[in-house]
Design a protein around this ligand. Structure first.
Ligand code: SAM
Ligand code: SF4
Length: 474
C-alpha cells in the first residue's frame, strides 16, 4: 500500500469523459428554443444545471437568443448576490517551480525568470502595504516546489494574520498552491485558511498532457483532479476550481468545470465555493500555442453560462483582464474581483515602472489602484465588499449552501458588505471615493425596509464613522 502521503481520496475517480464532453461541446447549433427557455427558467429558479443543460446554453449562437442568456445571467446575479462585488488581492510569495507548464513564466525551464521566495520580514512588509491600501482579503500564491510544503505555507498564513498596521488587518487568507496530500490539507486548514483554490487548467486529457510534461508533478492529471476530494476528506470544504481558458476548446472546459462542480456536489453534498476562469496572458518563456483562444464576446458569454449553471457558486474575474472588459463582464454574474493587484514578488513595496515580465508569472491587464476601482464600482451602482464573515463563523461548505438557498446572501451579505465598505471609506478612501461611496451607501440603505436588522446596521455604520470599533459581523 502507498504511504498516506501519496494516497488519493477514498473514491478517486477520473470523472472526465473526453468523448462525451467533446460531443456535447462540439455539436452544431442544435438549439431547440423551447428547451433553451426551460433551461433558463430552471436556472432562474436557482437550481443548478446538469452538464447536458449547460451544453444547451453553450450552443446558443443566434444573437437574440444569446441576449436572452446574458439577460438571464444578469437577473440571476441580482437575485442571488444583489449588487455586491467582493474585493481581494493576490500576494505572490515564491516563484520557484519544479513544473514545466508551457504557458507560465515560472516554469522550471524559463532561465530568464528571476527566482525569489519572500522571507518572514518581507511578507510582513507586503502585508502592511496591502493593509494600508485597505485590503482585508488576500490570496497567497506559490509555485510548486519542495520548499513550499504545507508547513511552510501554514507558517506564511499565520504570519499574515499576525501582521497588523493601524486599523488594518487581513481577515481572510485564501490559498492558490500545488495540490496537497491529506496531511497537507489538514495542516493548511489548521492555519485558518479561507478558500483553497486550484485550477485544473484544462480538463481535456490530451491538451493537459501536451502542456504539462510527463515526469513533472503537474503531469499527473488524476492527482490534480482528485485534490479537492482529498481536501473534503479532511474537512477543508471551502474550495475553488478553475480553468485556464486559451488552452483547449472553451466550450469543453466550461463543461469540464460544471462536471467538476456536479461531481463534488454529488459526492460531498456541496459544490465549489468559487469558480475562476483566467484567460491566457503573455508570459516570459511561455511556449504554448494557445489553440483555444476565446474572443471577448465568447468570454462574456461563457461567464453568463457559468453564472446560470451554478447559481450559488461565486465567480471570480481577475485583473488579467483589462478594465474595459472587467466593467462589461461584471454584469454577467461575477461576484469577486481583485484590485490594486501586484503580481511581482515584493511588488507592493518595491515600486517599479510598469511590469517586468521576467519577475512575474504573466502580464496583467488592469493595473488600476484599489481606490480607483472602488470609486468606479460605486459610480456604476455596485457595492464593494470586504466581508469575511461566513468562513469565520463556520458558514462554509454544506452549511453555507443551507444558508445560501433561502436568500441568506441578501440578508447577511448586504449588511456585512455595507459595514466593511464603510470601514474602507472611513479608513482608506481618497476624498473623491469617500464621497461617491457614502452616496452609494445611502442609496442602499434607502432600499432596506425598516427592521431590527436595519436599525442595528445604522448603529454600526455610525460607530464605524465615529469610533475605532471595527469588524462587527452579521
Ligand atoms: N503553481 C500552482 C499551480 O500551478 O497550481 C499555484 C498557482 S499558479 C502560480 C496560479 C495559476 O496561474 C495557474 O493555476 C494558472 O491557471 C495561472 N496561469 C499560469 N500562467 C498563466 C498565464 N500565462 N496567463 C494567465 N494565467 C496563468
Ligand atoms: Fe509552476 Fe504553477 Fe506556473 Fe505551472 S502554473 S509552472 S506549477 S507556478
Amino acid at each position: 500500500m502507498l504511504p498516506l502521503s501519496q494516497t488519493m481520496s477514498r473514491h478517486a475517480q477520473d470523472f472526465i469523459d473526453d468523448a462525451r464532453l467533446e460531443k456535447l461541446a462540439g455539436a452544431a447549433d442544435l438549439v431547440d428554443v423551447g428547451h433553451l427557455r426551460e433551461v433558463i427558467a430552471k436556472s432562474l429558479g436557482k437550481e443548478a444545471l446538469s452538464v447536458e443543460e449547460t451544453a444547451v446554453l453553450l450552443h446558443t449562437r443566434d444573437r437574440e437568443l444569446r441576449e436572452e442568456v446574458l439577460g438571464a445571467a444578469r437577473e440571476l446575479k441580482q437575485r442571488v448576490y444583489g449588487n455586491r462585488i467582493v474585493l481581494f488581492a493576490p500576494l505572490y510569495i515564491g516563484n520557484m517551480c519544479v513544473n514545466d507548464c508551457s504557458y507560465c513564466g515560472f516554469q522550471r525551464k524559463n532561465k530568464h525568470a528571476v527566482r525569489r521566495t519572500l522571507g518572514t520580514e518581507e511578507i510582513r512588509e507586503q502585508v502592511v502595504a496591502m493593509e494600508n491600501q485597505g485590503h482585508k482579503r488576500l490570496i497567497v500564491v506559490f509555485g510548486e516546489h519542495p520548499r513550499y510544503d504545507a508547513d511552510f505555507i501554514a507558517t506564511c498564513i499565520r504570519d499574515i494574520y499576525d501582521t497588523r498596521s493601524g486599523r488594518g488587518e487581513i481577515r481572510r487568507v485564501n490559498v492558490n498552491a500545488a495540490p496537497f496530500d491529506h496531511a497537507g490539507f489538514a495542516t493548511i486548514k489548521a492555519a485558518g485558511i479561507g478558500t483553497y483554490q486550484i485550477f485544473m487548467e484544462t480538463y481535456h486529457h490530451k491538451v493537459y498532457a501536451a502542456v504539462h510534461p510527463a515526469g513533472t508533478p503537474k503531469g499527473d492529471y488524476l492527482w490534480r483532479l482528485d485534490a479537492l476530494s482529498r481536501a473534503f476528506e479532511v474537512g477543508q470544504d471551502d474550495l475553488g476550481i478553475g480553468a485556464l481558458f486559451g488552452l483547449a476548446d472553451w466550450r469543453f472546459d466550461v463543461l469540464g468545470l460544471v462536471s467538476h462542480a456536479v461531481f463534488l456536489k454529488d459526492r460531498y453534498g456541496c459544490g465549489p465555493h468559487t469558480i475562476s476562469f483566467p484567460r491566457l496572458r503573455p508570459a516570459s518563456g511561455a511556449t504554448v500555442a494557445g489553440q483555444g483562444l476565446v474572443s471577448d464576446e465568447d468570454f462574456k458569454f461563457l461567464i453568463a453560462v457559468l453564472r446560470l449553471a451554478v447559481p450559488y457558486t461565486g465567480l471570480i474575474l481577475t485583473a488579467r483582464e483589462t478594465a474595459d472588459l472587467r466593467r462589461a463582464a461584471m454584469e454577467m454574474g461575477v461576484s469577486q474581483i481583485d484590485a490594486g493587484s501586484c503580481i511581482e514578488l515584493g511588488g507592493y513595496t518595491e515600486q517599479t515602472c510598469g511590469q517586468r515580465m521576467e519577475r512575474e508569472q504573466f502580464s496583467l491587464g488592469d493595473l488600476r489602484s484599489l481606490d480607483t476601482v472602488i470609486r468606479e464600482l460605486t459610480e456604476q451602482g455596485h457595492v464593494p465588499s470586504f466581508c469575511t464573515a461566513c468562513y469565520r463563523l463556520g458558514r462554509t461548505g454544506e452549511h453555507f449552501m443551507e444558508f445560501a438557498i433561502p436568500g441568506f446572501i441578501k440578508r447577511f451579505c448586504t449588511p456585512n458588505a455595507l459595514t466593511t465598505f464603510m470601514e474602507y471609506l472611513v479608513d482608506y478612501a481618497s476624498p473623491a471615493t469617500a464621497k461617491s461611496g457614502l452616496a452609494q451607501i445611502k442609496v442602499e440603505l434607502e432600499k432596506l425596509e425598516d427592521s431590527p436588522m436595519k436599525q442595528k446596521l445604522l448603529e454600526r455604520l455610525e460607530l464605524i464613522s465615529t469610533t475605532d470599533q471595527r469588524d462587527m459581523v452579521f
